[in-house]
Design a protein around this ligand. Structure first.
Ligand code: IVH
Length: 666
């Protein structure tokens, strides 16, 4: 395409995709299928890679910069970012209302009530409609420039829609982590031996303050905007008018904002949300009440710290008292013994809680809990209940000390606590609990994606002596699986197919699947990208590893320790002998970017491994089962049940010749 036409098409695509981003991420009302969206995005990526000079900073392909920084530059806010005064009871709020009315000489007042989302306050600067800066609150006057991280939040528009009439503006809002995202992130972190986030606010703040924006990009963040703090154009007359203009500009504004004319109505609304807040899918810690008229806001002005025209009504924390029945120690993938409290079931915020984390041995001691204690339980971050403290005054004398085992509760080996660690670990790498956790992680969707092997089958495989480490998966035969309860011929074959497909996984996935401490999905991809092969990684020094962006000394040492360990080296050898490719990191560009292929049956002209490499070298991916994400199913001789599934799901099925055409080998 010549430059002029490419320029015009790129401009159109940026606009179309930005529109669909707002529909999908902001308004929750998508207009096109994921497939159509991917098609547009791939067209844009292809054009931009042909014409790099035409890439604009507000292109949707430019959310992640890929260049980590040493520290965040400081920025002075256009208007000081104050915080809100808090109140905790209807009487407090009535007092606020009286103060407001008195100050305004008893004239009519309307209030806007908004949820107070529990995240990290941010200020965004748009110039001429384009996002130029995103900053944290800092001390209110000076914050940190976290633009590269804010840009990775998909609901933050890189460009404002002209319909809203906002051009050069500063808006404020809250970046937060939805409860489901926090739960998933914490599960991943727990499996990787990383500390979990105590609540959604810490998780959001920790993510936005990552020096490597690729890590921020991998975190499930979202944002709501609630203040138009500066506009080069005419300001609306009311706060709700500002919210409307922001919404029309493509900024995500809470759908639960209401305007009321009296404090009683405001209180009724706040009370009705106290229980409803559990169903929101993200944490709110209260409601914010603001005077709607901007002229009245101006007359009310500010105290040294807070606006006089707004107040936060805080809900009480979600806490309950229940009995601590017992403490069990779970053994994780890295052998870590985690104390878990078993509780008399109690309902907190709409969820029945019967287990709570006690984090680790030190926390256990710090909180001073005993078995039999009545304990205060809190659901922090909506998802992980935790034991806050024992109610010492309610002790009866029958409580018992919690004994931290010195041996592994599963295999009986010594459990050692090393210097600088807050947990004891079972030293036996072949401990069945560790083996099971490692296997489950290896097969999980984010790792090798071996469909059909979950915790229940892993239990059977390990307990039945069929699998001692992940390499044994590749030696499984149908007859082995048929000895297990509940496994028939059909499921045995599906499992073996899934195991076989996993041999084609790229190096990043394999590294993640191996479960090295501190190496999550993002780090694994970065390592794979940089080193390209397992052999190169085995030979890498701590220094070389630390040069990878996002890899610090601790991570580098963990990788190095793993790679020099004789047992691990033998495991890698067995995996490679079993046929794992461990290579071919998908390229970030190429004609097949965004396309997922699935192979079924034998190909005549090449092995499936080579076919997979060909796809990946052109930027595509290879999947192990037919799913929504599959784009092409390549059917060779004797295709299995996957072909039927592909037809049922109306997937594009290619025969060998059509596939060879597509990859340009014919
Ligand atoms: S208005 C001048 N509205 O709560 C005060 N804040 O201390 C401007 N927050 O720092 C803040 N939801 O990070 C406002 N709907 C909302 C909010 C909200 C959450 C946060 C914000 C602020 C803190 C209040």
């Amino acid at each position: 395409m010549d430059e002029e036409r490419a320029r015009a098409r790129i401009k159109d695509l940026v606009e179309i995709i930005s529109h669909h981003d707002v529909k999908y991420y902001v308004e929750d009302d998508p207009e096109v299928t994921d497939h159509e969206y991917d098609r547009l995005m791939n067209e844009l990526k292809a054009l931009e890679s042909e014409h790099p000079e035409l890439v604009s900073p507000d292109s949707p392909t430019q959310r992640v910069s890929g260049r980590p920084v040493d520290e965040f530059p400081q920025v002075e806010h256009k208007v000081v970012m104050l915080s809100l005064d808090n109140c905790y009871s209807p009487d407090d709020l009535r007092e606020f209302d009286s103060r407001v009315r008195k100050w305004l000489g008893e004239e009519p007042v309307e209030y806007v009530v908004e949820p107070k989302v529990d995240g990290l306050g941010i200020a965004l600067l748009y110039e001429g409609g384009a996002l130029v800066r995103g900053a944290t609150r800092g001390d209110g006057r000076v914050g940190e420039d976290v633009t590269s991280n804010i840009r990775t939040v998909r609901s933050v528009p890189l460009k404002l829609k002209p319909e809203g009439g906002l051009r050069t503006v500063e808006v404020r809002g809250e970046v937060y982590m939805p409860s489901k995202g926090l739960q998933r992130l914490n599960e991943e972190r727990e499996a990787e031996g990383e500390p979990v986030f105590a609540n959604a606010r810490n998780a959001a703040a920790g993510s936005i303050r990552q020096l490597d924006s690729r890590i921020a990009a991998s975190r499930p963040l979202d944002a709501y905007f609630y203040t138009l703090s500066y506009s080069s154009g005419r300001m609306p007359e009311t706060h709700h008018g500002c919210l409307d203009a922001m919404k029309a500009s493509g900024l995500r504004v809470s759908p639960h904002t209401r305007v009321f004319g009296s404090v009683d109505e405001v209180l009724g609304h706040i009370a009705s949300w106290e229980s409803k807040r559990d169903g929101l899918g993200y944490d709110i810690d209260g409601m914010v009440v603001k005077v709607d008229s901007l002229a009245q806001q101006e007359r009310l002005g500010y105290t040294a710290k807070n606006p006089r025209w707004a107040i936060a009504y805080k809900y009480p924390p979600k806490q309950k008292v229940t009995k601590l029945l017992n403490v069990v120690f779970q053994v994780g993938r890295t052998g870590a013994l985690t104390p878990v409290a078993r509780l008399e079931p109690v309902e907190i915020g709409g969820v029945t809680v019967s287990r709570a984390t006690l984090h680790n041995e030190d926390e256990l001691r710090r909180r001073g809990v005993m078995i039999g204690d009545m304990v205060l339980i809190e659901r922090a971050g909506e998802v992980i209940p935790q034991v806050v403290r024992p109610l010492v005054e309610r002790r009866t004398g029958g409580e018992r000390e919690i004994v931290v085992p010195e041996t592994c509760p599963v295999c009986g080996s010594t459990a050692v606590r090393e210097d600088g660690e807050s947990v004891r670990r079972c030293v036996n790498a072949s401990c069945p609990a560790q083996v099971k956790e490692r296997l489950t992680h290896y097969c999980s969707r984010g790792a090798m994606d071996i469909e059909g092997i979950g915790p229940a089958l892993v239990d059977q495989l390990v307990d039945g002596g069929l699998v001692k480490d992940v390499s044994d998966l590749y030696g499984l035969r149908e007859t082995d699986l048929l000895t297990l309860e509940g496994i028939g011929e059909k499921s045995a074959r599906n499992i073996l197919d899934a195991v076989k497909s996993s041999m084609d996984r790229d190096l990043g996935r394999v590294l993640h699947a191996l479960g090295m401490r501190h190496v999550g999905r993002t780090t694994a991809s970065l390592l794979a990208e940089r080193f390209g092969s397992m052999d190169a990684l085995k030979a890498a020094s701590v220094d070389e590893l630390s040069k990878v962006e996002g890899v610090g000394k601790v991570v580098a040492e963990s990788v190095r320790d793993f790679m020099v360990d004789e047992g691990n080296r033998a495991l890698l050898r067995r995996l490679s002998e079993a046929g794992l490719r461990m290579g071919g990191v998908p390229k970030a560009d190429g004609p097949l970017v965004g396309k997922t292929f699935l192979f079924t049956g034998e190909l005549k002209s090449m092995s499936r491994t080579d076919a997979g490499s060909a796809v990946e070298s052109l930027g595509g991916r290879v999947g192990s089962s037919v799913t929504k994400a599959t784009d092409y199913v390549v059917a060779g001789d004797d295709p299995g049940s996957k072909l039927e599934k592909a037809k049922k799901l109306k997937k594009a099925v290619l025969d060998e010749d059509a596939f060879l055409d597509l990859i340009g080998r014919r």
